[in-house]
Design a protein around this ligand. Structure first.
Ligand code: ZN
Ligand code: ZN
Length: 151
């Protein structure tokens, strides 16, 4: 069943601090319009491009952390320390292959992984809430580049 992110976040906030402010609503609305992986700093620039949104940096960072906690965002870190986020939609769940050389992030969605993890969790009597599977390595382009430079 598809859940409304506002409802999910409102429930989460009610359990934690209790207030779903209009500022947070703007942040959630904007984040859920982004369809790719984004960095918080770029997101803040996007928000600030609209003078109506007088949001402090601290509010944005705190809200992003809460959204992550509420399972509405997924976090992807690259080896050089950059952190990307993307909205987490259960029925579109996917994993990531991250290139250590160029930082490219590839998405993988394999039914066999989904099924396997479901079975493992059931077997271990574990109720999954959040999952993040990252594979770090070299993308095809970077492998070719490395091959040329050493030969
Ligand atoms: Zn690469
Ligand atoms: Zn992704």
């Amino acid at each position: 069943m598809r859940q409304n992110p506002h409802k999910v976040f409102e429930t989460y906030l009610a359990q934690h601090e209790g207030r779903y402010t209009s500022q947070k609503r703007v942040i959630v609305d904007t984040i859920f319009k982004i369809k790719h992986h984004f960095e918080v700093e770029d997101f803040i620039d996007t928000l600030r491009a609209d003078p109506l949104h007088k949001l402090s940096r601290a509010t944005v960072y705190r809200t992003v952390k809460q959204l992550l906690d509420a399972g509405l965002l997924q976090k992807i870190a690259t080896r050089d320390g950059r952190v990307f986020y993307e909205r987490s939609v259960p029925e579109k769940h996917h994993d990531h292959l991250i290139c250590n050389s160029c930082g490219k992030i590839l998405e993988i969605k394999e039914d066999v992984i989904e099924t396997y993890l479901e079975q493992v969790c059931a077997k271990m009597d574990f109720a999954p809430e959040y999952r993040s599977l990252h594979v770090y390595g070299q993308c095809g382009k970077c492998q070719k580049k490395a091959g040329h430079s050493t030969s």
